[in-house]
Ligand binder design. Structure first.
Ligand SMILES: C[S@@+](CC[C@H](N)C(=O)[O-])C[C@H]1O[C@@H](n2cnc3c(N)ncnc32)[C@H](O)[C@@H]1O
Length: 355
């Protein structure tokens, strides 16, 4: 086996230990243990050191763990790694990360060429659990503007949240959405109850992404599933269900940069509908100049909004100082801005503010 410089090994191992800790903190004990073993293997100059050494100084170092684990998970999901699959909870394995490790190490040693492309590819995710928070905003916008919604999403990934009205939401006696939907959000809201009785109709939906994923193609499905942590079974199953809904319910996601796409879309004015520009966990990916351009576009479209053609900007984004996401909404005419809710980043509880 190729000798890897001890300094490189030590830097990589420290990166891997940080990532193992963050898997633990973010709720994947399975990956925390597995990646702790990856860190040990790197220190000992094993196959993980050989595979990861060329990436020691890349700017995307913080996602190296997700890239490697996503590549291996994909082989598991494709039925290409049966020994390892026995331990992956996503395919009904026993979740024993200690028992998985020797097989994981062997796979890295034997199939590094197959894993290489995953190290170079940015992880792609689409978190359908965010619909539980976003729906609070869509319902509020529908209730206050009284118009059908025209949805414009930037950074849509596969567009799963563009289909939020195809899912089912219920809290006690209140509900919204498609009661037959396999994607079900039940009793997740604290604080005030969302406007479940609003007349919330989606007239039009369209999104954009620089790297869209086709949820109706096997490759797109596997891409998204492979980046969900295998021991977060509820999240994994919800994504599978949302991918099934997407098969039956198409939505266009254009390959485009957010600002130039939004400029074109906002130039097509719609009367008797509320145009809702929205995004979740996207803002931080935009260059500052693109963020500024989006602000300008919204300001100028807001200035032209009327009661018959209102505009809303709904965003669910991380904050700099807290460990949760905040859901903010601005509506025009009037530039009324308020925080509607806070939530986690994946499937989980949503804390709603009063109106
Ligand atoms: C963390 S993902 C979030 C995806 C989705 N909004 C969700 O909540 O699951 C960020 C997405 O933003 C996209 N993205 C990054 N920069 C972009 C840009 N300048 N314009 C449009 N999309 C962009 C990425 O390709 C990726 O799909």
């Amino acid at each position: 086996m190729k000798q890897i410089d001890v300094g490189v090994r030590s830097r990589l191992a420290s990166l891997a230990r940080d990532q193992a800790r963050s898997f633990e903190q973010l709720g994947s004990p399975f990956y925390a243990v597995l990646f702790g073993s990856v860190a040990d293997d790197i220190e000992e100059g094993g196959p993980c050191a050989a595979l990861l050494a060329p990436y020691v100084d890349v700017p995307f170092g913080a996602t190296l763990g997700t890239r490697l684990l996503g590549g291996v998970h994909r082989l598991v999901l494709e039925g290409e790694a049966d020994d390892l699959a026995k331990h992956y909870p996503s395919v009904d394995g026993d979740g024993d990360a200690g028992a998985a490790w020797p097989k994981f190490r062997e796979l890295v040693a034997m199939r590094s060429e197959e894993l290489e492309p995953y190290l170079q590819r940015a992880p792609q995710t689409n978190e359908v659990g965010r619909s539980a928070a976003l729906a609070v905003g869509f319902l509020r916008i529908a209730a206050t503007t009284g118009r059908p919604l025209r949805l414009l999403e930037i950074g849509s990934s596969a567009g799963l949240n563009l289909r939020f009205d195809r899912y089912y939401y219920s809290d006690g006696d209140f509900s919204f959405g498609d009661p037959r939907s396999p994607v079900r959000f039940v009793d997740l809201w604290d604080g005030s109850i969302p406007d479940f009785d609003a007349d919330c109709v989606v007239a039009e939906r369209r999104g954009c992404d620089t790297n869209p994923v086709d949820p109706t193609a096997e490759d797109g499905r596997l891409t998204l599933l492979s980046y969900v942590w295998p021991d977060q079974r509820e999240r994994f199953d919800m994504l599978r269900h949302a991918l099934d809904v997407a098969q039956d319910f198409p939505a266009i996601v254009d390959r485009a940069e957010a600002a130039e796409w939004l400029e074109r879309r906002l130039a097509e004015r719609r009367d008797r509908a509320t145009t809702v520009v929205f995004h979740s966990v996207v803002w931080g990916y935009l260059e500052e100049s693109e963020q500024a351009r989006v602000w300008e576009l919204l300001d100028s479209a807001g200035a032209q909004a009327t009661a018959d053609a209102p505009l809303a900007w709904l965003r669910l984004e991380p904050t700099a100082y807290t460990e949760h996401a905040e859901l903010w909404c601005t509506t025009w005419p009037g530039a009324d801005e308020r925080m509607l809710a806070t939530s986690g980043f994946h499937l989980g509880r949503v804390n709603c503010m009063g109106s």
